[in-house]
Ligand binder design. Sequence first.
Ligand code: UDP
Length: 518
Amino acid sequence: SSSSSSIDKGGAFPHVLRIYFIPFPSPGHIIPMVDIAKLFAERGADATVVLTPLNVTRFSGTVTRAAAAGNRIYLYVLPFPSTAGLPDGCESTDALPSRSLSGPFARALDLLRDSFDSVIRDHRPDAIVSDVFLPWTSAAAAELGVPRYAFTGTGCFALSVERSLQVNRPQGWASSDSDPRLVPGLPDRVYLTRSRLAEATLPGSTAHEILDRLREADRSTAAWVVNTFPELEPGYLEHYERVTGKRVFAVGPVSLCNRAAADASERGRGAAAAGEAARILTWLDSKQAGSVIYVCFGSLSRFPAAQMKEIGMGLEESRVPFLWVFGETAATAEETAELDEWMEGMEGRVGERGMVVRGWAPQLAALGHEAVGGFMTHCGWGAVAEAAAAGVPALTWPLFADQFYNEALVVGVVGTGVAVGAAEGFVWGEEEKAGVVVGKARIAARVAWLMGRAASGGSGREEAEGIRRRAREMGEMARRAVAPGGSSYLAVGRMMEDIGPRNGQSAAAGSRDGDLGN
Ligand code: UDP
């Protein structure tokens, strides 16, 4: 059945908390979960990250380096279950060639339960930190008498919006796509249009069954682990605790634990990406401080060919230096050939001013580079938290799921970004149906405006400067949150105290470890 730990654990100390971390296999979930495991290991816990083989290849560098630095951090490799209809090599959502495979993929994840159960039974950890998207870990944990803490993937603001929409199912949303409506019961007056709601929340969605299953699993969850800090979502940590009746351990931005250059530049791609990372960072070195817009839409977005061209033309027209990263597109084979040719022409015209990266960029290293002064982002929560950590303002362009909610937070609540102006999303896996959502003129104008390069002077300039200043201040608050004595640092200690007594240990036994919550 399951293979053994790839790193020898040596003797176990009875008073050391042992925590098993099991991520949902999507880059946006694995990457922060690995960081969280490292955070606990650095505070004296014994942390084990459970991954399937292909994800070990991509995501274990952080673990290996943290172990080499003397932390008690380990990998546990579970075989990926084979399932009818799922081709080999699909161990992560971004590896799925088509959306039609998400059913078999979900079934494969359910099949992980047996081997995970035996790992927990054999190793008896003090707690499991599971992604909320693996609902079966809740039943497994309860049966085996181990508390389950749920890593939420997204932030408390988006979680609060989702809860409100689920509970209130506001009347009248169906009547118009474009009328702004109040999301009831939030600390702020937040308005959204139907076109911005997550597909899963819409009436008639087939995802209701899945959402119900997640809610059910949430019931027996001990508490929430969230990649956030209070200043990033003012009032929403407390609000989410109130509406769920469970504690929020806000331990973010977790990306800040990647202090070594290799951790920042290989994150999410492994050492194989080191050469490409070096090329990108060298290009950034040649640019003036704060002059570059970094453009990346996460690991799952696939724009249609026509929208790709609009983005390229917009960046070209903006006259701003840009680093544009993209993976897959939703282009057909003929469109791809034409797009490639067009892209080459565009790269030739912009020359040294722009860099196009096909595949994966060292996002953390790029955002932390002083040349980067803005981030065109899809508002995946990982990206939002990383932008906050780096003090970089956002040009928001949400596509689906929780991304419009995160935009509402960044633009409307904390004011560290401006919207590119996407009023509707793409349906994941059906992007080609949407065509062009934002045109080149708007892209060019908003990029130039945020980066302080707009031709027109006046109040617009001050407004953009205000956004950049608030983003810088957010970065300072983020660094204070994770430093010793900061809120996120304390939250890690408090969660360790919370785990101790739940497992029949006295809190004092835990605090003998010396570094709890001080
Ligand atoms: N990422 C990266 N390089 C890329 C694309 C993404 O390092 O070229 C990382 C990014 O830093 C983030 C994660 O992948 O940690 C993506 O998570 P996010 O929540 O931003 O978006 P998702 O991919 O889940 O939509």
